[in-house]
Ligand binder design. Structure first.
Ligand SMILES: *Cc1c(COP(=O)(O)O)cnc(C)c1O
Length: 421
């Protein structure tokens, strides 16, 4: 059908239904192809529904279609600050003073004093020379490798690194190597093979979010020293929550300042609004401002988002008690669950993968938990390996002891009912 005729038909359709549908043959082909993709996702049992929350993010929430309060144990809201009154007020004030957005990238007319202040605060927090903000850590990871590395260089990445690291590395022209998950011997063999390269960069997540396991930073730092390689750590699940003062995986392992480059997010412990950053040596940050494409070609962070992260940094710098509260809550949950007979992976991280093995059991279990007023999510293949299905519980400093106890009780009741324990 000619496009003009279709356009006419479409106008009628829009007038009647308020949307465009099957307007061209090309769209019909696309829709058919998408139907096939979606069918295979459903058949594989990997369809991800989205539950609609009708309240703020918090320890206790409500979801659409259910008037009961539900305990939330699956947010990255580690310090419970995403909806903290001081954080919300800081964002409101920035909205009044600086507006809702800049309608610009940083280098045109999108840099305000609050952006520079937040970058300084982040650099100070990590004890680094400088920091650069992005709209997300996904963007920070998408930008850095391509801007920094050339075909003369090599990037050596843990096989289980986050999707955004994998995608970022795909964009760069350096030699690409992968080492087996946390296997320092495998990493060393690659370091030996790549000695002719100009720069080598070891790339790891600080915390691997599916298993809650922590990168062997001590060994990585030592290998980086021996082989004169750079060490890059994506610390999204470490920043703000690990170590005595929340400086992250480095601090937890007594290695503060030992990696060369840290990428992290403002979207988890640091307020949870949005945003990411790279922090490290000044020459690197200077270069990224000139060459990193997600920084150059995407809008600047909105002022309320900048202000909320900035407030969170002030709060945890002044008083790290939320960080120790989180550690206490995590220990309490892990101890109670282990004593009840559940298997929990990871070493003390607030990500607590409760292992079930069987995918349908994990799914059924999480549905039963929701009926008992506890929101937790089951993960199965292909997100985690086959036969390693689990429910990933995430603990927050905002959970009260009583709330953690209710969660554990729900696990025990459901566990007995489904004959897991
Ligand atoms: C969450 C996460 C990201 C993405 O962070 P955003 O700021 O949400 O884009 C990147 N890397 C790791 C390891 C993460 O856990």
């Amino acid at each position: 059908m000619a496009r003009v005729v279709l356009a006419k038909a479409c106008q009628l359709h829009i007038a009647k239904h308020g949307c465009v549908r099957y307007s061209t043959e090309a769209q019909a082909v696309m829709n058919e192809a998408m139907y096939e993709v979606m069918t295979s996702i459903h058949e594989a049992g990997t369809y991800k529904p989205e539950r609609v929350i009708v309240t703020r993010q918090a320890a206790s929430i409500r979801v659409a279609g259910n008037s009961n309060d539900i305990l939330n144990f699956c947010a990255n809201n580690y310090l419970g600050l995403s909806s903290h009154p001081e954080v919300v007020n800081a964002a409101k004030k920035a909205l009044d003073d600086y507006g809702s957005g800049l309608s610009s990238t940083r280098f045109i007319c999108g840099t305000q004093d609050i952006h520079k202040e937040l970058e300084e605060k982040l650099a100070r927090f990590h004890k680094r020379e400088d920091a650069i903000l992005y709209a997300s850590c996904f963007d920070a990871n998408a930008g850095i490798f391509e801007a920094l590395l050339t075909p003369e260089d090599a990037v050596i990445s843990d096989e289980l690194n986050h999707a955004s690291i994998i995608d970022g590395i795909r964009l760069c022209k350096a030699q690409r190597h992968r080492y087996k998950h946390m296997d320092v011997n495998d990493l060393e063999s690659i370091l030996k093979k790549t000695q002719d390269c100009r720069m080598r960069m070891i790339v790891t997540d600080g915390v691997f979010s599916m298993d809650g396991d922590i990168a062997p930073l001590k060994e990585l730092v030592s290998l980086a020293d021996t082989y004169k390689a750079l060490l890059f750590v994506d610390d999204c699940h470490g920043t703000g929550l690990l170590g005595e003062t929340g400086r992250g995986t480095e601090e937890l392992l007594g290695l503060h300042g030992c990696s060369d480059i840290i990428n992290s997010t403002l979207g988890k412990a640091l307020g949870g609004a949005a945003g990411g950053y790279t922090t490290g040596p000044k020459p690197l940050i200077d270069m990224l401002r000139q060459k990193s494409r997600p920084y150059l070609f995407s809008n600047t962070l909105p002022p309320p988002v900048v202000a909320s992260a900035s407030k969170v940094l002030d709060m945890i710098t002044d008083d790290p008690s939320l960080v120790s509260q989180l550690a206490k809550n995590t220990k309490h949950f892990r101890d109670r669950m282990t004593a009840a007979g559940f298997t929990i992976w990871g070493k003390g991280h607030p990500i607590c993968p409760v292992m079930f093995g069987d995918a349908s059991l994990a799914r059924m279990f999480s549905e039963e938990m929701l009926k008992r007023g506890v929101f937790v999510i089951g993960f199965s293949f292909p997100v985690v390996p086959k036969g390693k299905a689990r429910i990933r519980v995430q603990i927050s400093a905002a959970h009260s002891e009583e709330e953690i106890e209710r969660c554990v009780e729900a696990f025990i009741e459901t566990g007995k009912e489904l004959k897991v324990i």
